[in-house]
Design a protein around this ligand. Structure first.
Ligand code: ZN
Ligand code: ZN
Ligand code: FE
Length: 765
C-alpha cells in the first residue's frame, strides 16, 4: 500500500454513531474505501461503526466526505468523529467481526418494506428468487419483528431454523453483494415457505397456496394472512358483503379499515394524493397514509368520514397477494387480524381459534413472528407529517433528546398504550400496544416489556407512570417498583403530553413552554377528568394556567359512548333551553332525560370534566351529526369532516382567570340551530372558536410570563382542521409553535413524556 513514498500517509479512526447497523453500512464503507484505494478496517461496535483508514490526507478527506454525502438509504448518521492515530500498514481493506461488549447494546433496526431491487427480482422470471415470498436484502426485510435476542445476527432471529444454502451463503459472505451480512436472507431452496390452511389442515403450499388464497379473496371470502408483524384479515374492499361480514366478525361496526393496493397509481382513483402523501406511501416504512377521498366508491370501508387509509405492499408476500390480474379486486381491505381490541394474533394456533369463525382460509408460513408489530398510521398536513400510530417500520428506533438522563421505564397510559425505556439520551418508545383494558392486550403489554428488557439489557433506575390509580399501566408500574425496590414517579397525564412534545422537538428539557394539551381523558390532581388544559412548564414541573370550564359528565363511560347524553348534560348545566326540540333530545326517552337532569342538578353519579374531547362530542351531538359512537374520537372526526371550509366566523367566548366558559359558545350554537343555520357552518364556527380562544389564551400567558414557545399535544390535535386553524393563527403572529411529528399526539406519546419527566427529576435531585 505504501508504494508511493513521495506521499505522506496517515491513519485515522472514524467513529460513527446512528442507525448504521443492519442497513448495509459496512459494505458501503468497504466499497467506498476500495474505490479510493484506502486500506484499513471497518467493524460494528456496541455504539455504532468504527473505521480505521490509512491513505494520504487528501484521499482520507474524500473518503470522509463520501460517507457524509452518500450513506446507504436506510442509515442515519447522528455523529461522526475523526481522530488521527499512529500510522498502521493495513493489508488492504477488511470488514471485521462484530465486537459486542456485555452490558451495552446496539440499535435494533426496525422492519423495512421491500426495496426496489428486491421487488424487481421478485417479478423477474430469470431470477432465482422469482416469486419467492421472503426475498429481502441488506436494504429491506424483516428486522425487529424476528429478533429475540441481540446482537442482531441470524442465530438470534427466527431465521435460526433455516440454514443458508450454498448460494445464499456465498451472497451473505461477499462484501460486494447486496446481501452481504443480511441476516434474514433466504431463497426457495433454504428459506421459509407459505401454506394455506382450511379447517386447520394444510390444503396447499407454494404457488398453489397463493393461487387458492387469491381465489378466496376474489370470490368474496375473507383471508387471514400472516403478515410481517402479525395476522391480517384481507378481503375485496369493493365487496359490500365481504366488508360487512368482516365488520361483524371483528365486532367493529364502523371504525375505518386500512386498504392495500398493488400499485400507487390505483390510489389516484380513490383519493387526492399530495406529494407528501406519495413520499410517505413510498418511504422505507410503507405506513398506512390517511388521505382525503375523491369519491364514495369505497366509503363503506370508512363510514361517515371522507378520508381513506391506504398502504402499499410492505413485504414480498403482500406484493404477490395483491398482484393485478383480470377480475381480481384492485383494492383489498388489509386490517389487523384480531377481534375488536385484542392484540393481533401472531401464531397459527391462536389465529385458528380466534379468527376461525370469519376467515375462509389462513395463508400462513413457517417463519415465526417474535415481536408483534401493527401497521403504522400517518397523515400529512399542510406543512407537517403526523404519526397517528407509530409501529411497524418505526419502532424501536429511538427518539433522541437533548441530554443524558438516568434509566427510566415509563409505563404509559391506558388507551393507545406504548411504554418507553429511556437510556441516556435515547428513548425507546415501544410499538403501539393498544388498549390495556383488554386482558389479552394487557398480557401482551407485560410480555413486550420483558422482551424489551432482554433486548436492551435494560436495568431501570426509576419507574414512571400516570397518576390515575386505576390504570392497569399504573398498577403494573407499582408492582415493578415494589419488586425492584425502585422509586416510582407518578406523572400528571397532561404534563406528560407537554413534556413529550417538548422532548421530541429536542428543546432543552428545562425550557419553559406554554402547552395546549387537548384530549379526551386525563386524571387531574383534583380528581376531575382533565382534557382541555393550558399549562406552562418544562420536563421538571408544570402549572395549570387555564382550562375549559368544568362540566358534569353523567354516568361516566356510558356517556362517552353516547354523546347525546353529554350534550343534554351540558345544556342542563349551562341552563340552556332544556325543553327545546334540539337534536340530542330525539335520541333520548323522557325518562333518560329526567335521569340526566337529576344527575346534573344533584351532581350525583357525575364526574367533573374539562375535557376538550367531550366538548367536541357534545357539539357533534348537539347539532345532530353523531348521537352514539363505536370508537374513540368518532364524533369529533365526523364533526371535522362536515365543517364548511369557507366559513370564517366564530362565536363569542369568555375566558376568566384562565377558565374558558362554555355558556356563550353553547348559547350561540343553540341560537344558530334555531335560526336554521347549517350543520356545516356551525361546525366551522365551532372549530374557529376553539382556535381563536386558544390563541388569545396563549397571548395572555405570553404577556404575563414572557415565554415564547407553544407546544400542542393530545389526541384532539389529530383533528387537522383545528390544528391548521390554530397553528396558522400562532404562526401568523410569529409565535414559535411545536407539534408532534415523530410520535402521535394521542396517548401513544404519554410514556415518552413520562420517561423524560422522571429522568429529569431524578437527575436533578
Ligand atoms: Zn431488498
Ligand atoms: Zn438459499
Ligand atoms: Fe391524553
Amino acid at each position: 500500500m505504501f508504494n508511493n513514498t513521495s506521499i505522506m500517509y496517515i491513519t485515522v479512526r472514524i467513529s460513527i454513531v446512528g442507525i448504521v447497523q443492519g442497513v448495509g453500512f459496512r459494505p458501503f464503507i468497504y466499497n467506498l474505501a476500495n474505490s479510493l484505494g484506502i486500506s484499513g478496517t471497518v467493524k460494528n461496535s456496541s455504539s455504532g461503526v468504527i473505521i480505521e483508514a490509512t491513505s494520504s490526507p487528501d484521499t482520507i478527506n474524500s473518503f470522509y466526505n463520501g460517507i457524509i454525502q452518500n450513506p446507504p438509504p436506510l442509515s442515519r448518521i447522528d455523529s461522526m468523529m475523526r481522530e488521527e492515530i499512529p500510522l498502521i500498514n493495513f493489508p488492504g481493506f477488511h470488514i471485521l467481526e462484530s465486537e459486542i461488549q456485555p452490558g451495552t447494546f446496539s440499535l435494533i433496526p426496525p422492519d423495512i418494506a421491500t426495496c426496489p431491487d428486491c421487488l424487481r427480482e421478485l417479478f423477474d422470471p430469470s431470477d432465482r428468487r422469482f416469486r419467492y415470498p421472503f426475498i429481502n436484502c441488506t436494504n429491506c426485510g424483516p428486522r425487529f419483528s424476528i429478533i429475540h435476542q441481540m446482537p442482531y445476527d441470524r442465530p438470534n432471529t427466527s431465521m435460526e431454523g433455516f440454514p443458508l444454502c450454498m448460494e445464499c451463503l456465498a451472497e451473505y459472505e461477499d462484501p460486494a453483494n447486496r446481501r452481504f451480512h443480511a441476516q434474514p436472507i433466504a431463497c426457495p431452496n433454504c428459506g421459509p415457505v407459505i401454506t394455506l390452511y382450511q379447517n386447520k389442515k394444510i390444503v396447499s403450499t407454494h404457488e398453489t397456496a397463493l393461487k387458492n388464497s387469491r381465489k378466496i379473496i376474489k370470490d368474496g371470502g375473507i383471508l387471514a394472512l400472516k403478515g410481517l408483524g402479525g395476522y391480517q384479515l384481507v378481503c375485496d374492499a369493493s365487496n359490500l358483503d365481504a366488508v360487512k361480514r368482516l365488520r361483524k366478525g371483528k365486532l367493529r361496526s364502523s371504525k375505518p379499515f386500512a386498504l392495500m393496493v398493488h400499485e400507487r397509481k390505483t390510489i389516484e382513483k380513490y383519493c387526492h394524493m399530495s406529494k407528501d402523501d406519495i413520499g410517505l406511501l413510498q418511504s422505507p416504512q410503507h405506513p398506512i397514509v390517511i388521505m382525503d377521498s375523491r369519491n364514495h366508491i369505497l366509503a363503506h370501508n370508512a363510514p361517515g368520514i371522507e378520508t381513506l387509509g391506504f398502504m402499499l405492499p410492505n413485504t414480498p408476500l403482500h406484493y404477490l397477494i395483491t398482484e393485478s390480474a383480470p377480475h381480481f379486486p384492485e383494492v383489498l381491505v388489509m386490517t389487523s387480524g384480531n377481534i375488536s381490541e385484542e392484540p393481533m394474533h401472531i401464531d397459527e394456533e391462536t389465529a385458528f381459534l380466534r379468527l376461525g369463525n370469519m376467515a375462509d382460509g389462513f395463508l400462513a408460513h413457517n417463519r415465526p413472528i417474535i415481536n408483534r408489530v401493527d401497521d403504522s398510521v400517518v397523515k400529512s398536513g399542510r406543512s407537517y407529517f403526523m404519526p397517528m400510530r407509530r409501529s411497524r417500520g418505526f419502532s424501536p428506533d429511538p427518539i433522541l433528546i437533548q441530554e443524558q438522563l438516568p434509566s427510566v421505564l415509563a409505563s404509559g397510559a391506558l388507551l393507545k398504550n406504548t411504554f418507553t425505556l429511556l437510556i441516556k439520551n435515547q428513548a425507546f418508545v415501544s410499538q403501539f400496544i393498544g388498549d390495556l383494558d383488554n386482558l389479552e392486550t394487557y398480557k401482551e403489554y407485560e410480555s413486550a416489556i420483558e422482551r424489551y428488557f432482554d433486548l436492551f439489557q435494560f436495568i431501570p433506575e426509576v419507574i414512571a407512570c400516570d397518576q390515575h390509580p386505576d390504570f392497569l399501566s399504573t398498577r403494573y408500574a407499582n408492582i415493578m417498583a415494589d419488586k425492584r425496590r425502585l422509586p416510582l414517579i407518578e406523572v400528571q397525564h397532561h404534563h406528560a403530553h407537554l413534556a413529550a412534545c417538548l422532548g421530541e422537538n429536542q428543546l432543552p428539557l428545562d425550557k419553559e413552554v406554554i402547552a395546549l394539551c387537548y384530549d379526551g381523558t386525563g386524571y387531574g390532581t383534583d380528581g376531575a377528568i382533565w382534557g382541555g388544559e393550558i399549562l406552562v412548564g418544562n420536563a421538571l414541573s408544570y402549572q395549570r394556567m387555564g382550562h375549559l370550564e368544568y362540566m358534569p359528565l353523567p354516568g361516566g363511560d356510558l356517556s362517552i359512548k353516547k354523546p347525546y347524553r353529554i350534550a343534554i348534560a351540558y345544556l342542563h348545566a349551562l341552563g340552556l333551553d332544556p325543553t327545546s326540540s334540539l337534536p340530542p333530545f330525539s335520541y333520548c326517552s323522557e325518562e333518560e332525560r329526567e335521569i340526566i337532569k337529576t344527575q346534573v342538578e344533584s351532581r350525583l353519579n357525575t364526574i367533573n370534566t374539562s375535557s376538550m374531547g367531550r366538548l367536541f362530542d357534545a357539539v357533534a351531538a348537539l347539532i345532530g351529526i353523531k348521537e352514539e359512537v363505536s370508537y374513540e374520537g368518532q364524533a369529533a372526526i365526523e364533526l371535522e369532516t362536515i365543517a364548511d371550509p369557507v366559513e370564517n366566523g366564530h362565536y363569542n367566548y369568555a375566558i376568566t382567570n384562565g377558565i374558558v366558559s362554555l355558556g356563550s359558545i353553547f348559547g350561540s350554537i343553540v341560537d344558530d340551530l334555531k335560526a336554521g343555520q347549517s350543520k356545516e357552518r356551525i361546525s366551522a364556527r365551532f372549530h374557529n372558536t376553539i382556535a381563536n380562544l386558544s390563541y388569545s389564551a396563549i397571548v395572555n400567558i405570553m404577556e404575563r410570563t414572557g415565554f415564547d414557545t407553544v407546544v400542542l399535544s393530545g389526541g384532539v390535535w389529530q383533528n387537522s382542521l383545528l390544528l391548521d386553524l390554530t397553528a396558522n393563527l400562532l404562526e401568523k403572529n410569529k409565535i414559535n409553535t411545536k407539534i408532534h411529528t415523530k410520535l402521535p399526539p394521542n396517548d401513544g406519546c404519554i410514556s415518552f413524556g413520562q420517561s423524560i419527566i422522571a429522568g429529569s427529576i431524578t437527575k436533578r435531585k
